[in-house]
Design a binder for this molecule. Structure first.
Ligand SMILES: [Zn+2]
Length: 193
């Protein structure tokens, strides 16, 4: 445990740290109190095209709990696994204390939704869009254990019935290689050798 009696000024302390989480694998925790609306951390990573994201997900053997591509309004995605930072360890919660917002320049930042106390785990709500069949194995892989009173039990968004072409205000993370536009843009199979 950290020594709470030796705290420098808040602005000198990084707002977060990575630690093992009881929710899933690693998690990101508040190193100090965080105020509502505070910009906590950029969701860093390389901006790649959907085509490249599909190839990368296929190389990894399909959707996994930590394959996270954030879609951008311009149709590209941020791959948090490529030149990413601690933000990719932020876990999902059905009652999150943070949210991800795409800035005008196409970067994604994690903002505090409300007061976060020191040592509290940071979370945001992923509506993970998975266009493939929601099989038992997929549901298991993306089961939610956030512990919230209103936990939906899954990180997967319900399958959308139709695609809304209007640009979204918030970036959408995806569990899989299939883009949100998959209903109009059939993923191309990747030539294997
Ligand atoms: Zn939950």
């Amino acid at each position: 445990m950290s020594d709470a009696s030796l705290q420098p000024a808040p602005e000198q302390v990084p707002a977060y740290r990575v630690e093992r989480s009881s929710v899933h694998g690693n998690g990101v925790f508040a190193r100090r109190d965080i105020v509502p609306g505070e910009r906590v951390v950029e969701y860093a990573g390389r901006e790649i095209t959907w085509e490249e994201a599909q190839i990368r997900a296929e190389v990894q053997g399909g959707p996994h709990n930590h394959t996270f591509f954030f879609s951008l309004a311009n149709g590209n995605v941020i791959d948090g696994g490529d030149h990413g930072n601690e933000a990719r360890f932020i876990n999902h919660s059905c009652e999150p204390n943070c949210e991800a917002i795409e800035e005008e320049n196409g970067t994604i930042f994690i903002y505090a939704l409300h007061d976060i106390k020191q040592d509290e785990e940071l979370s945001y709500s992923y509506p993970l869009i998975y266009e493939g069949r929601h099989t038992a194995a997929i549901k298991r892989e993306f089961a939610c254990r956030c512990g919230a009173l209103k936990c939906s039990g899954t990180m997967l968004a319900p399958k959308p019935r139709k695609r809304n072409p209007k640009p979204k205000a918030k970036p959408q993370p995806f569990a899989d290689l299939v883009p949100a536009a998959a209903t109009v843009q059939i993923p191309q199979p990747v030539a294997a050798g």
